[in-house]
Design a protein around this ligand. Structure first.
Ligand code: COA
Length: 224
């Protein structure tokens, strides 16, 4: 299976590394290279793979599947929707050193980094990011386009909504939920359910005051 990585930034390079580790471990796939709309990257090589061109060049490069390697959850959703409407298939990048119970289901386009642990009964959505060393305990539900950042720990029976970001090193207590497109700040401890589209920080995590009149949506600034 030939896979194109869409995005050659830091996130895309981690995806490339995972695919190459999968090849080393015997997976039947070939990472073909990156496509990126930053034209200054064309021809450069990162992690042993070349930037082949921009997104519109997709049709020039024979492939069986793509991976949207964009860290921002909203952007990843938008690009994945566009590609799905053009009948693209989505690969899964799963580091061979992730520990995943056999009954866990993983949606297309999802990336699972090294050191991740996923326990039985969990369901991982499409185009999600399970970042380095996070742990997903039993019977979790992780929504499409969610990002579980490095070193996060989710207790048993946790639900993370679509597009939510759980920031680096945060903890979610068992049986709690984080709403769609919410952002949990780095290091937070979620002790109560967090509604959709809010930013919550601290220990215990509490929704942060936002400026009158709204301002940007909760997930708009999502460094990766
Ligand atoms: C919570 C978060 C979304 C806020 O981002 P922001 O709106 O740009 O916030 P700012 O940096 O402007 O900080 C605003 C205030 O919140 C505080 N703050 C920021 N992040 C915080 C956090 N995680 N916990 C507690 N307080 C935090 C800041 O100290 C600042 O306080 P002040 O007004 O008293 O000085 C962000 O800091 C965060 O934690 N993002 C997670 C990033 C992450 O893990 N990404 C995954 C990468 S792989």
């Amino acid at each position: 299976m030939h896979i194109l990585i869409l995005g050659a930034g830091g996130h895309g390079q981690v995806v490339a590394d995972i695919l190459l580790r999968m090849v080393e471990a015997g997976a039947d796939l070939t990472p073909a290279g990156y496509l990126d709309d930053n034209l200054g990257l064309a021809g450069q090589r990162f992690v042993g793979l070349s930037v082949l061109g921009c997104m519109a060049d997709r049709i020039r490069w024979p492939h069986d599947a793509v991976l949207v390697a964009v860290g921002d959850n909203h952007t990843r959703q938008r690009v994945a929707h566009q590609l799905a409407s053009q009948a693209e298939c989505f690969a899964i990048a799963c580091h061979p050193r992730a520990i995943i119970a056999p009954d866990v289901s993983i949606g297309p386009g999802t990336m699972i980094c090294g050191g991740v642990v996923i326990n039985p009964g969990s369901v991982i959505g499409a185009h999600a990011i399970l970042n380095t060393g996070c742990t997903i305990d039993h019977h979790n539900r992780i929504g499409d386009y969610a990002h579980i950042a490095p070193g996060v720990h989710l207790g048993g029976d946790v639900q993370i909504g679509a597009g939510a970001l759980v920031g680096i090193g945060a903890t979610v207590m068992p049986q709690r939920s984080v709403g769609d497109w919410a952002v949990i700040g780095a290091g937070a401890v979620v002790t109560k359910d967090i509604p959709s589209s809010v930013i919550a920080v601290g220990m215990p995590a509490r929704p942060r005051q936002t400026e009158p009149g709204g301002g940007r949506h909760a997930g708009a600034k999502e460094p990766i």
